[in-house]
Design a protein around this ligand. Structure first.
Ligand code: NAD
Length: 390
């Protein structure tokens, strides 16, 4: 189904008459911004106009003057929120959601499974919503895949965080003052973040082993120079859409007993294991933490979904028997310039899908539900909350 919204243009004269508003992120610790001066230029080229809230990019290192130089209008908060399309990083807070106007479209991470009442509200108010986490994980959608671009950054940053809290070298070192053994890093979960964590730990000189319930990632782990931990859990952990599935209780027990010894001998554990829509699996037990050497570090990247270690605490560093357990929940915000740049490029690629040629050589904004990416990501459309299965 196609919908032409060029008729909703404001009095501003623009190529398509569609303004993309970019508000400042209001959440604590959120330093990213959904557009950068570079992405503004790209949006203008696509035929959009851009209105960015003053100060929106400052925390990510992009001052207002750079947005202005790129061609954006720097506006007050209310004006950014009342644009035809509003793009932001984190799901909107209640007061922000109220600032959206009827007939507009929100493009953002929306956590659709946790925010059903918000999406119902959008449907009632005829606000369309594109949930960035609902974009399919396909090759065609790679350029728009915010989960991947941000997870890659998170995996990299998590290893730096571990190195920062670990009092020893990563590589083997031989000096006249003595020698140091290479650090043993174990990575749990080899999705986008886990693979980047493996690559980063290897670049820093660590010896790396990794485990994932999806057997198909073995080759990817090995191609990065890490050893795949083989554990017979009696079933494949591969679920729908390339994601992991919830394991049976029996398989969980087998997995735990296969991992415990490896984990307790690790110097650093980077854990990223997640099952979409579920609590993260417990993989690092309190007994394992108690058995680890003093000075070891665990970076539990699954903390936002409950943690792979029961001792992790959101946005805290907990120390148990000399083992540090890091529970940061927003690694991309620790590298806001690059994570914003990647996020913003993803948004441009996505919005570009909506730009269609019009008779006479001009372009128009079209919602084409025959496009699988738009179909999957558009969770609210024309007053309907299009609930998707987990
Ligand atoms: P995720 O964040 O959902 O999970 C992280 C990892 O944890 C996954 O690899 C998962 O298999 C693993 N895991 C779950 N339970 C576990 C357990 N009990 N023990 C050990 N590991 C466990 O994953 P993600 O990074 O979002 O990636 C999900 C999938 O999407 C992957 O298959 C990935 O390759 C695929 N993907 C494909 C594309 C593409 O362009 N084709 C792009 C991005 C991601």
């Amino acid at each position: 189904m196609l919908r032409d919204i060029t008729t909703q243009a404001t009095s501003k004269v623009m190529k398509m008459g569609i303004t993309v508003g970019v508000p400042r992120e209001a959440g604590s610790g959120e330093t990213r911004v959904a557009a950068t001066p570079d992405s503004v230029k790209r949006l203008l080229k696509c035929g959009f106009d851009v209105a960015i809230e003053c100060g929106a990019g400052v925390a990510a290192g992009f001052p207002d003057r750079d947005y202005e130089a790129a061609g954006a209008l720097v506006v007050q908060r209310s004006e950014a929120w009342s644009s035809h399309i509003v793009t932001k990083v984190a799901p909107p807070k209640d007061d922000e959601a109220l600032a959206l106007r009827q007939g507009s479209m929100l493009v953002s991470l929306l956590e659709p499974f946790r925010n059903e009442s918000l999406l119902e509200n959008f449907a009632q108010r005829k606000i369309d919503a594109l949930a960035l986490e609902a974009i399919p994980r396909t090759s065609r959608a790679q350029a728009m895949d915010v989960l991947s671009s941000q997870a890659g950054i998170a995996g990299y940053r998590a290893v730096l965080e571990a190195a920062n809290h670990y009092g020893r070298f990563f590589p083997m070192m031989m000096t006249s003052a003595g020698s140091a053994k290479a650090t043993k890093v174990t990575v749990l979960g080899a999705g986008v973040a886990g693979l980047q964590a493996i690559a980063t730990a290897r670049k820093l000189g660590a010896t790396v082993e990794a485990y994932d319930v999806r057997p198909e990632v073995k080759e990817q782990i090995q191609s990065l120079g890490a050893k795949f931990i083989e554990i017979d859990i009696g079933e494949s952990g591969s679920g729908q859409g390339g994601y992991a599935k919830e394991l049976s209780e029996e398989s969980k027990r087998k997995l735990q007993s296969g991992l415990d010894d490896k984990l307790s001998k690790s110097d650093i554990i980077i854990s990223t294991a997640n099952v979409p829509g579920r609590r993260a699996p417990t993989l690092i037990s309190e007994d394992v933490v108690a058995a680890m050497r003093c000075g070891s570090v665990i970076v539990d990247m699954a903390t936002p979904s409950g943690g792979n270690c029961p001792l992790s605490k959101a946005d805290q560093i907990v120390e148990v028997n000399g083992v540090k357990i890091i529970g940061h929940t927003n690694y991309p915000s620790m590298m806001a310039a690059d994570s914003s740049s990647f996020f913003a490029r993803n948004v441009v690629s996505l919005l570009n899908l909506f730009v269609a040629p019009k008779e006479g050589g001009s372009t128009q904004f079209l919602v084409n539900l025959d496009d699988d990416i738009i179909e999957a990501a558009l969770v609210v459309h024309q007053g309907l909350f299009r609930k998707k299965g987990r």
